[in-house]
Design a protein around this ligand. Structure first.
Ligand code: FES
Length: 331
């Protein structure tokens, strides 16, 4: 596989249930709760001494699609000390920005892009030396790149997720939240060290220097998406923003059906790629979908019609005339 360790010491995947059999691991070092300007000032000299810090953030959970909260807590961790910074309680965040922008202190965590975006919406800094463990995992040939999975695969341990959806915006954090938050940052650092021990960080740095990382990652994505085996591309109007071509529930029902059927059709080799779009410009008699390369535009794509299109058009190359708006193979 492209950019992947051939002789990886790690297994590629782990079953979620198998993780439950591993012993629980949690941070046992010193936890600093940083909730005032004074306490923030105190931790900076300690953080400045470190070369690698585990990194994570926690936000108040959202139970609605259109609602998202910014991080309330920033966690940084060395080997023995975890620093839980309640962002909203620190007025002047310039010292914290300095750590996050320091190129000599590596900050390591999983899926850090969203964390960084959330932080940068709250205060200014230019992130430096951030490493996503998911990138290292992919180089090591690991496919399950979530923190809990990596912990299971690399350490044969389980981290608790029980406080994950608790209210992180609360002024007073519970003991459970504190240990959970410290563990997530600390374990990220531990995992980074394991990657380092196995030469994955060296390989990552080499790839970074040669400008290879992005292209390899992209190639992996292309491979995963099966872009070189596709025969059809479907654009489906899910009408998320407008819902003009049919009631939203109808488009969702059809979309769910289409996704379910495509999972089956793509089971062994990926031959159909589905893209949801907001509007295909027809906005009448929906759901509307178009199938390429034939350029067949279909209307009223109920689950029954979709099944007919799949059976006839996609699997037998016969366009379904009854629901056809237009057909125009692009040249
Ligand atoms: S909203 Fe579906 S085609 Fe415009």
């Amino acid at each position: 596989m492209l950019g992947i360790e051939n002789n990886s010491p790690f297994q590629e995947r782990i079953d979620k249930l198998a993780i439950n059999d591993f012993p629980l691991i949690e941070f046992k070092g010193t936890i600093h709760l940083v909730n005032s300007q004074e306490s923030a000032a105190k931790i900076i000299p300690k953080l400045m001494k470190e070369t690698v810090l585990g990194f994570d953030t926690e936000s108040k959970p959202s139970f609605r699609r259109d609602e998202q909260f910014l991080p309330s807590l920033l966690q940084l961790s060395s080997k023995r000390e975890a620093f839980l910074i309640q962002i909203n309680k620190i007025k002047d965040k310039s010292d914290i920005s300095m750590i996050l922008a320091n190129p000599s202190i590596k900050k390591v965590g999983v899926a850090i892009k969203d964390d960084l975006n959330g932080l940068m919406k709250q205060f200014q800094f230019a992130p430096e030396a951030f490493i996503d463990l998911a990138d290292l995992a992919r180089i090591a040939g690991i496919q399950n790149t979530g923190l809990r999975s990596l912990c299971g695969i690399m350490l044969n341990r389980r981290i608790s997720k029980s406080a994950q959806v608790s209210n992180w915006a609360k002024s007073e954090l519970t003991e459970k939240q504190v240990v959970y938050a410290a563990t997530d940052a600390w374990i990220s650092r531990e995992l980074y060290m394991v990657f380092r021990k196995h030469g994955i960080v060296r390989k990552y740095n080499r790839m970074l220097k040669s400008g290879d990382t992005v292209s390899k990652q992209l190639k992996n994505k292309v491979e995963k998406a099966g872009l070189d085996t596709l025969k059809h591309h479907i654009l489906f109007c899910s009408g998320n923003s407008a819902g003009r071509c049919c009631p939203k529930e109808k488009s969702q029902e059809s979309l769910k059906y289409l996704q379910k059927r495509l999972r089956k059709i793509n089971e062994t080799t990926r031959t159909v790629y589905l893209s949801q779009v907001d509007c295909l410009g027809i906005c009448n008699k929906g759901p509307i979908m178009v199938v390429y390369p034939e350029g067949a535009w279909y209307y009223q794509c109920t689950p029954e019609v979709i099944e007919r299109i799949l059976q006839n058009h996609l699997l037998n190359n016969k366009v379904v005339k009854e629901n056809l708006l237009a057909v125009n193979r692009l040249k």
